[in-house]
Design a protein. Structure first.
Lengths: 271, 271, 271, 271
């Protein structure tokens, strides 16, 4: 299956402003790209790149004062298979977890698992450890939080999402991640493209999506408490402890986001 | 100057419990140790180690059920010089910061700088950028927060510390770090030994201390808004985004900390 | 200024052969492209991509047996300004260099700086550190090596280029890079398009060009000991330790390069 | 099995000199350490650390003028099992190799595989691809090169080692690595401790050892053409493209290595 992916963001900056962009397809999916998914900044500015501590590719620019358009348009191959996790995926004892997963057990800016310890154990402590427990978390989160863009609030933590009972996909994800960590299951936040393939319209939001991965049985597995059905055509952009680590754009100065479009559309194979 | 440093922690665990310890002197001070600062666990258990993403040495054990004592006793050499920063330490524009410092601009669990943006700019936006601005932050934090062990609360964030106006050394540090990041100054949280050398008793708490480092003029510089006077004899244990990253012990299960002692005492030179 | 850039390479492969291509414009110039600089492989084959450790975009194909044409044709915007470096660009002490520059101090396949240490210090040790010293290196290299395509030899190292006194633009670049590293100045090899704008014909070779960047005063600066005059219209393809890292094509099997054309031509603005 | 590992290097520096040290046990073996393998520098100096592009932990110091001792002494657990590779380890086609292995196919400073292409295919082209071919390489290298410390020459490449027919363990390793790469088998250079367990004295050199890993069948496997028998108790320090990437010390200025000791000794279990 081929997906046309891309975005167009338009900002207004009152003054030259440093910006970090995490808008390239993640290295684990780069081999599926038909061409480099270049970030096009207009007007053109000098660009440099680096890899952060999680392996995400980050782009640094100084946006000039005025209107700046940041865009990309590319084509990516996908298996076309829906998310799946082997039913037998067992939970690993903390002492057997690989070192590189341990940071994903710690509390972070928006996944304040330390405030959710008692709640997590009272809600999910009786669920079978492993896949079943993560699914119980996703069930709960999916039903507990009322979705609505009008509920978006960038500083909301998992604990606050639990208390307020509403949010957007990042809140669903933060809460589920925080519950996993409270239960000693490494969990990391993911952001990327997610189309509406096989989903009744008008389901897809024309925005980037958030989901998470939990570490079970020696592997990272995809979970999506917002959609809560297996989906097709996720294209990962970046992974981290939570949304603070993988903001699409981090701007170091005031600005206005004037417009924002994202596309993830199935296209016919050339053949 | 020689310092005798060490600690003795006694825990009671109802069941075997995985624990991560960050209780070794930081590699940057290893050369000052007169002997290995071994972590002694009693009863003896297998230990393994790893270096986290910040370079801190972490020790993993599975604590057995029952009473467990974790201790160390070592001697470290120190210059005996007080903290100091060159008055000319200038602030670097974000676009000139080295890549490895950028993660220390992001919000984190206890340094919720994203909630302190407006406040930070209104309080410190007129202070001269660079050393002066960081000092203004430390001045403010030192006077704004009332110190008291009875005010300790492990889930308190920088924003909450600001609102509540009280806390312990980690709260002073979190608030100052969060202000720095809100003002685009990389700042990292430090934990370690800090004795009471040259300080009127009974000033020193017999606990580990928290302070922070700010990145100015191409280097990391030490600041301590809790004590707010240049101090002698800091011995770094670990560095990270905030206290979540550098907890002395991270326990994966219920437990009771039965006793806790830390010492940092000047001793006579052998020579 | 607008430049039409592109290439056409024709290979004959006796059998299906894996090939890695580094033929996309570097991400730092992607915003200057008027359209995607797609690599067109004829006959068509599946392609996949990845980013190497230096951030270069690499394309993987398995070329079929027979004749294979690899081509691209695009348009890129350019400032039209010649190369320049501030006269005050100072050299940084090794201890102040950012971590990400340190790999560019090490010897590499074609920049055998370890064999040029004594020579480098005897030739350039009295030149003022910083920009002046790098310029002294470029002066020397420019005059020491006699240019000629008949002198091309793909295995020639910097030391051998020094001894033989002849070569092509990659040899000029390797020797200058190796001298810089021997003198503790980080230097990286660059490859890309370079037209003949403002240069008396028939100067430009219709080939890709090599130049290098030296790290001075906190930034990478462009130097070109082959041309040795400020040039207009460089379009970077890839950067690395030397030509081994940024070969336009790396073929894993026998083959014949039947034809090779590169163009970098100024075109009239559409406006 | 427990191994006591450590080293003591004494340098004389005529002036303050930046040094990069790669003297910590590799992260993949860190969990086997009983305590942090601190690098002790005497006299004490400020120390900072970073992880290079291969994941090796590097330590930066500015060594003061005069005599400087760099040492460590630690204890590491080991399986006690000899090197082994499954006889069935098959070679992977280049197009199936993971991206992160591809850099280990390229020529590098001391592994000038581009000069050994014809020779490699004529010598090993008829050996069965995969494990057998790598073993044929190791056989050849082991017998072709005469070992002798008097043959050490730090600038010797693989091609030169082949021509000269003599060298030390790094030359054996460079030549075997270069042959592997010439035959499209990813190979990386390793350095570390290697004791004399189960080997008739006086076999062990009291020095760090070099060996390599080849990528077969989806995994990295250990080979040691110098010793050419399965050995027990390797403790990895660092991995890279060749010895240029993993020098124990990289000094940026003149100096004298006054003494050098390494130990890797089996010790009795405490129990």
């Amino acid at each position: 299956m081929k997906l046309r992916i891309g975005y167009e963001l338009t900002y207004a900056f009152p003054q030259p402003t440093p910006v970090i962009l995490m808008l390239n397809v993640h290295f684990s999916r780069a081999s599926d790209l038909e061409r480099p998914d270049n970030i096009v900044v207009s007007p053109s500015v000098p660009v440099s790149g680096y890899r952060d501590g999680f392996g995400n590719w980050c782009t640094r620019i100084v946006a000039p004062a005025g209107r700046v358009r940041i865009s990309s348009d590319s084509v990516v191959n996908d298996t076309g298979l829906p998310d799946s996790v082997a039913a037998s995926a067992r939970q690993m004892p903390v002492e057997d977890l690989p070192e590189e997963t341990l940071v994903f057990l710690l509390a972070s800016r928006y996944c304040d698992s330390d405030r959710l310890l008692d709640l997590a154990w009272s809600l999910f402590g009786t669920a079978e450890p492993g896949l079943k427990r993560v699914q119980a978390i996703c069930d709960f989160v999916h039903h507990h939080i009322a979705f609505g863009y009008e509920h978006a609030r960038p500083t909301r933590t998992a604990f606050e999402a639990y208390e307020e009972g509403r949010g957007v996909c990042r809140d669903f994800t933060h809460l589920a991640v925080a519950f996993c960590r409270a239960l000693n299951i490494p969990a990391r936040y993911c952001t990327g493209y997610l189309g509406d393939i096989g989903v009744p319209p008008p389901y897809a939001p024309g925005d980037f999506a958030a989901w998470f991965e939990a570490y079970l049985d020696g592997h990272w597995h995809t979970f999506d408490p917002r959609n809560h059905v297996p989906r097709i055509g996720r294209v990962l952009l970046a992974q981290g402890r939570d949304a603070a680590d993988v903001a699409i754009t981090t701007t170091f100065g005031p600005n206005t986001l004037e417009s924002f479009r994202v596309w993830t559309d199935e296209i016919a194979d050339a053949a």
